[in-house]
Ligand binder design. Structure first.
Ligand code: ZN
Length: 254
């Protein structure tokens, strides 16, 4: 079984992605899987797309990647303005062959993939790009939500989308264990787990550091990586189409 690093929700944050890729290289990983949302919110979508294309062997489509190509349906104003600005940068241009290759890459990302018996998806198996499986759903969720989600995979399902790292189990009742409560590697014991690998470029679990996960021979481990967040914040504030709140939230991790 290869040693795999899972990254997700980079959201155009090149400083966070660069720090994470450096950390991944230090740990001698065989493959990188990206669970979507390379773009949206952040100031460096083009460089992030190029880095993910060059490094990840599996890339899943996220809701922001989808909105870039097909339109920002259901997005709030801040997210919509950010994706429209991102589209201006990424749309294909005559005499720029790389822009066509990038656009084709983003437009043909799969919604779902399977590797080593694991299911890989951005949001959830029953609604690949859009459904949020949040910690609060453990207390209350639409009837059948966890039954349906957990019946859609065999062993492990890796997701992103909520930007909240941790894992869900479902033995009769759903349970969520946040990344902050896990110290070091944890074992996969054959009981189904839905693992949220966290967000590289815009964490929302009150920890500003970039998050990713490594799977190595039955052991899973979250990693949090510091990066020059003030630099990313300055870049966001210098771009009128990116709302200042997007810079603020990077500092607080909320
Ligand atoms: Zn996202």
């Amino acid at each position: 079984m290869p040693k795999v690093a899972f990254i997700s929700d980079i959201h155009g944050n090149l400083e966070a992605l660069t720090a994470v890729l450096r950390d991944i290289d230090r740990r001698k990983v065989d493959e990188i899987y990206c669970l979507g949302d390379i773009v949206g919110y952040g100031p460096d979508p083009v460089a992030c797309v190029d880095a993910v294309r060059a490094r990840a062997s599996v890339v899943i489509c996220g809701n922001h990647d989808e909105a870039l190509i097909r339109g920002a349906l259901g997005f709030n104003q801040v997210a919509r303005e950010a994706i429209e600005w991102t589209r201006m940068l990424l749309r294909p241009r005559v005499f720029r062959p790389r822009s066509f290759a990038r656009w084709r890459f983003l437009g043909t990302l799969p919604l779902i993939a399977q590797r080593h018996g694991w299911l890989l998806v951005h949001g959830s198996p029953r609604d690949p790009t859009s459904e949020y499986v949040l910690p609060r759903h453990v207390a209350w969720s639409p009837p059948g939500m966890f039954d349906e989600i957990f019946s859609a995979f065999e062993s492990l399902c890796f997701v992103g989308h909520t930007h909240v790292a941790g894992f869900f189990t479902h033995k009769g009742e759903p349970e969520f264990t946040p990344q902050a409560a896990i110290d070091g590697p944890f074992e996969f014991r054959g009981e189904k787990m839905l693992v949220n690998v966290g967000s590289v470029g815009q964490p929302r679990d009150r920890d500003w550091r970039a998050c990713y996960l490594i799977s190595d021979d039955g052991l899973l481990e979250f990693h949090r990586v510091e990066y020059p967040v003030d630099l990313t914040q300055r870049k966001i504030r210098a771009i009128p189409q990116l709302d200042d709140s997007l810079a603020d939230r990077l500092g607080s991790g909320e």
